[in-house]
Write a protein that binds this ligand. Sequence first.
Ligand code: CDP
Length: 223
Amino acid sequence: MESIIITIDGASSTGKSSLAKAIAKHYGFKHIDSGAMYRALTFYAQDHNLLNDHKFNVDMLIAKLPTIDIDFTNADEIRLNGKIIDDEVRSMEVSSKVSLVAKEPLFRQFMVAKQRKFGEKGNVVMDGRDIGSVVFPNATIKFFLEASMKVRINRRYAELIEKGVQVSVEEVHANIAKRDHIDSSREDSPLIVPENAILLSNDKEGLTELLNIATTEIDKHLL
Ligand code: CDP
């Protein structure tokens, strides 16, 4: 079978990672959640007192990059310098600052190089904001996932509550709206619909239907 790369882009909480995971499981491919990588770097900055509500020491974080190792375990958990930080990266503290980190071009270069390396051997499903547009513009198949604001808020709120995070619907809404604005208006690699991407909507379809649509498209490339 030919080695392929599948990209799924879209805004926050549209369900990209759930669909990416389901596709990866279906074909036995690797799933890479590129958002978790930006979240890991944000967590590092906060944990090392380089980023809080009052300051962001971009230069110091840049200086630290050679000492920062971000990868995934075989079970797709995100690891920062050897430590699994799956729960830490989902905190509201990280969510509230991740887009500020992700808009800096040097941090993007750092991530894009890693993401291309993760995709080197193919048979990868990677989700994010710029995967089909910048990281793998020649990907075998590209999807762009959309959902209404209401669906996105409900998804993220339910996810956080299930994880035991204390949060209100208003906070979730404000965070999603703020990240939409920063992610779509930044100069470097803004969130766009990549050329040739297939549009999917999470409003009408559930995960099973989306997986069906996606696998029908992907199967055409595997014949
Ligand atoms: O899970 P959620 O949809 O909330 O977001 P995420 O995929 O975990 O991404 C967190 C943040 O990382 C986004 O809001 C973007 O600022 C940034 N990001 C990015 O800039 N480029 C990517 N390829 C993935 C994420």
